[in-house]
Design a protein. Structure first.
Length: 306
């Protein structure tokens, strides 16, 4: 089964891990998204303008303006966000963007501390692929994941042939800081220029190549238990920026903040070498059935083979 197969009446369904039940996603900007990716005029607008950085940069600046604060309270109410988790009161944010990449209280996202475990790098909807090289139904039937295009490095891509991949999709309603999935030494981030298509499944089923077309940032993480791990942040439509907050070429702890996305939906992709990680069975089962799994940063993804 693919994600495309499970779009019932155009709705996106996902598995809520904590409740063990299927839910329907509330899509931010749904009407505009469906017009852009489902209407001929919308697709033309996307091709000519919307996918370009200047549009997202302009909208990002609007979200930095003081008057954008007026959007915060209605947003919290509409999407039922838990204000008790916020590190600051909602009234203290000076723009919608400040609220968007807000910090949370550490106790609201406890990190699994087992030495041989890997954790989710962000809140979001996740898919796990045990062998990305054999995956030929990436969101739609017959689509393979192009590692060489995605990493922008053919030699590096060979290292991950037969390896595993975790894909974490963040919606605008999610906590938008991302973290290291395991301890290790983090290298210098490498920027790959690209377009800014949406990473929502509605967009991906019409253009499943988005992950290796969009702007992205690649970081190598040298880990004792998981080998060399690639952590890749992928930008998307209306993402004002991908900011790194860690210090390169230093040791980082599991769960330590790596950076944040400014306004918009976005994704984090983590690549593991072959035979380095054993994903939890429920994640693999949900992915095989064409469902993303909703979980939060800090929870366990799986464990090392060692």
């Amino acid at each position: 089964m693919t994600v495309e197969d499970n779009l019932v009446n155009g709705e996106i369904r996902y598995m809520d891990r904590s409740k063990g039940e299927l839910k329907t996603e509330t899509i931010y900007g749904e009407r505009a998204l469906r017009w852009v990716y489902g209407n001929p005029l919308g697709r033309m607008a996307q091709w000519l303008l919307i996918r370009r950085w200047i549009v997202s940069a302009y909208y990002g600046r609007k979200m930095d303006e003081l008057k954008s604060c007026l959007r915060i309270k209605p947003f919290i109410k509409k999407y039922c966000l838990d204000e008790s988790e916020f590190a600051e009161c909602a009234s203290e944010y000076l723009s919608f963007n400040e609220f968007f990449y807000r910090k949370l209280k550490p106790e609201s996202r406890p990190v699994d501390e087992a030495v041989n475990s890997i954790i989710f790098p962000a809140d979001g909807r996740h898919m796990a692929f045990a062998n990305i090289s054999s995956e030929n139904n990436f969101f739609v039937k017959g689509q393979e994941f192009d590692l060489t295009q995605f990493l922008g490095d053919a030699d590096l891509a060979k290292r991950y042939e037969g390896g595993s991949m975790l894909l974490s999709r963040l919606c605008p309603v999610d906590y938008h800081r991302f973290h290291f999935p395991c301890a290790g030494r983090a290298g210098v981030p490498r920027h790959i220029n690209g377009w800014l298509y949406s990473v929502n499944p509605i967009a991906l089923i019409t253009r499943p190549t988005i992950f290796w077309e969009n702007k992205r940032v690649v970081t190598s993480l040298e880990s004792n238990n998981f080998g060399q791990v690639q952590v890749v942040e992928v930008g998307a439509t209306m993402v004002g920026g991908i900011t790194q907050t860690y210090i390169p070429e230093e040791q980082v702890a599991k769960g330590e903040e790596k950076g944040y996305f400014a306004f918009g939906g976005s994704s984090v992709v983590i690549l593991f070498e072959k035979d380095r990680i054993r994903f939890d069975p429920d994640l693999l089962e949900n992915t095989a059935n064409g469902y993303e799994t909703y979980t939060r940063f800090g929870e366990r993804v799986g464990q090392s083979f060692i």
